[in-house]
Structure formats: structure tokens, C-alpha cells
Design a protein around this ligand. Sequence first.
Ligand SMILES: NC(=O)c1ccc[n+]([C@@H]2O[C@H](COP(=O)([O-])OP(=O)(O)OC[C@H]3O[C@@H](n4cnc5c(N)ncnc54)[C@H](OP(=O)(O)O)[C@@H]3O)[C@@H](O)[C@H]2O)c1
Length: 350
Amino acid sequence: MHEHYKYNILGSQITLEVPISTFFLAFVGALTLMAYASSLGRFLLSITVGSGVPLKRFKAAKGTTYAIVTGCTSGIGLEFARQLAAEGFGLILVGRRQNALDDLARELEAAHKIRALSVVADAADPSDLHAAVKRIADVARTVDTGVLINNVGASHDMPVDFHETDPAEIDNIVQTNIAWTLQLTRAVMPLLVARSTPGTAPQSLCMTIGSLSGRIPSPMLAAYSCTKGGLRTWNTALAAEVQSKGVVCTMVFPAFVVSNMSKIRKPSLTVPTAQTFVKSTLGAIGAERGAQGRMYESTPYPAHAVMDYAISFGGHLAENFAVGFVHSMHVKIRKRALKKKQRELAAKTE
Ligand SMILES: NC(=O)c1ccc[n+]([C@@H]2O[C@H](COP(=O)([O-])OP(=O)(O)OC[C@H]3O[C@@H](n4cnc5c(N)ncnc54)[C@H](OP(=O)(O)O)[C@@H]3O)[C@@H](O)[C@H]2O)c1
């Protein structure tokens, strides 16, 4: 005969077909499955049809709004400058090579009928840090500056164990990624806050280019990984402070992108060109995509979003696996890089 289970709950008699513990476990299981399914559904929607804050939200009603782009003479920064100019933003170009800045300013002004100002600065030079940041803020103050793209970054020449890293390389990375980014943002943020209106246009945008190395600790890029992880904490704290003042503060998480830094020349599905990467990024400002559930963070490029999301979905096990995977990938990259250096050395001495 079919067994029934009778329970007295808060004075009411209830009869169940299964023990209450089984009923409870099934209920929790169903809720968990629903949570995962809804998260997966939201993720798929976000990388297919989802969009972010439109760029025009950051433009003043009248006149030209300017965007500061650091490290704009090649790679991702160059593309930010080009695509923001194409959207009608004036540019404040920041880089360390005067000639490259002049060439880029001429190119953008001719192609997009905008004005491009430029400031020469070496983000890795501690002796010029405060003076350089002041030069940029002084220029930014003369126009309506509504966008700051913290793009400039330094990494290791090749993967290397931390205890064998050249101390000068660590200085270069920490100075460029942390000291420079924080001090420049400190100098420019008051301008962004002053022109912003919470909840309506114009708002201002402060976008910092992070790295998945700041999300997943990356053995053999320990100093770089540390600075991008540190920027992540900083960005979230800063974003929470300025959100109510109308400033959208967001940190973007790329994996590999074709550039001088990655030393990858050929694009693929998982390694976009800088042009494709920046298009995704500007089309999804503030959208979480792969960074689901992480406030003020975004992994906009779809293939990178899948990596980021999969790691979060898999929890700590997936994160630990990813650290091991990245480590073995870096061992291989180092071997190849050392061989290449040897070949170059041999060719020089021939
Ligand atoms: N590419 C990737 O796979 C990847 C992945 C994750 C995150 N990121 C991040 O994306 C950002 C851009 O990287 P990228 O790949 O576009 O690098 P990139 O191609 O090497 O370009 C870096 C840009 O920054 C400039 N720059 C470098 N050091 C500078 C300094 N000390 N002072 C002033 N300007 C300096 C470079 O100027 P020059 O033209 O004079 O060299 C160049 O314009 C970085 O924050 C990086 O960490 C990149």
C-alpha cells in the first residue's frame, strides 16, 4: 500500500506522499536549478541582444564633449580614440610619443571633423606623475570633458616567476597601472562629477581597462595580475561613491586582444582585433555580460564573456582550475618567448 507521511506544522495537519526531508531537498534543488537557468538565460540575452548605456548619454546638449584616452598611440587605446572621434567626441590624447600623438590628432581631425588636443606624458615616470596629471587636468578644464578612458597599462615582457622578475619591471607595472591611474582619475573626477546630472543626460563616464588577469590570479604575471586585481577593488569603491552623482564608473575585463602587449598578430574567435574589442565595449557600456553579478564590472566581448561567466558559474572549483590552466599556458608562452629571443640574438650575431 502507498505510504503517507503526516506532519503537524504550526498546528495544521499535513499529509505528504514523501518524507518532508525529501520534499525539502527537492524544493531547494528546484530553486537552485531555476536560479542557474535564469542566470544562464540572462547571460545569453546579454551577449546577444543586450546593450549598455548609449554613448550619447555622456554628451552635453550643446557643444562638443571631450574624451581623454590614455595610451592612445597603439592597440586598444588607439581604437578608443578612433571610435570615439567617429561618434563625434573631441579627444584629449595622452601618450608618450609626441610625433605619434600629432599624427593621430591630424588623422582624427581630418576624418571626423573634431578637435583633438594632446598631452605628452610617460605614465611610468614617477618624477613627472603629479606634473603630468596636472597638465592633463588643465587641458581637460578648458573644454567639456565627459569621458575618461583609463587605458594605458604595462605588463611583463614575458611570463616569469615573481621571484625572478626584474625589480625595474615591477616598478614600471605598479607605477603605470596603479599610481598613474589613481592620480589621473583623482585629478579628472571632479570635472566629471561637476558636469553630471544623476538619472539624466549628460552623465559622465570613467572606464578603466582591466584584464581577466585581475579576475583570475595569473601565475607568472603576478605583478601585473596584482595591479589589475587592485584596480578592480578601487574601481568598485569609486563607482559606488560617484554613481549617485551621475558618473558611470566601469571596469572592463579583456582576455587576449591582438596588440603589441599581447604580442598576438592574428585575430581569432577568442582573440579579437582591438577594433572589434572596442566596438563591443562601446556598445555595452556598464553591461555586465560575462561579469554577471559583479557591480560596476563588464566583460563585453562575447568570447571573453563566456570565459568569465563559465568561471563564475563553476564557482571555486572552476576558479582553482583556471589558475592552474593559466599557469601551464604561461609556462608554454615563456618557453616560446625564450626560444624566439635566442633566435633573434643568433641572427644579430651572424
Ligand atoms: N592586449 C591584450 O591582450 C590585453 C589583455 C588584457 C588587458 N589589456 C589591457 O588593455 C590596455 C591596453 O593594452 P594594449 O594591448 O592596447 O597595449 P599596447 O598595444 O601595448 O598599447 C599600449 C599603449 O599605451 C602606451 N603606453 C605604454 N606605456 C606607456 C607609458 N609609460 N606612458 C604613456 N603611454 C604608454 C603605448 O604607447 P606607445 O605607442 O608609445 O608604445 C600604447 O599607446 C592595457 O591596460 C592592458 O593591460 C590588454
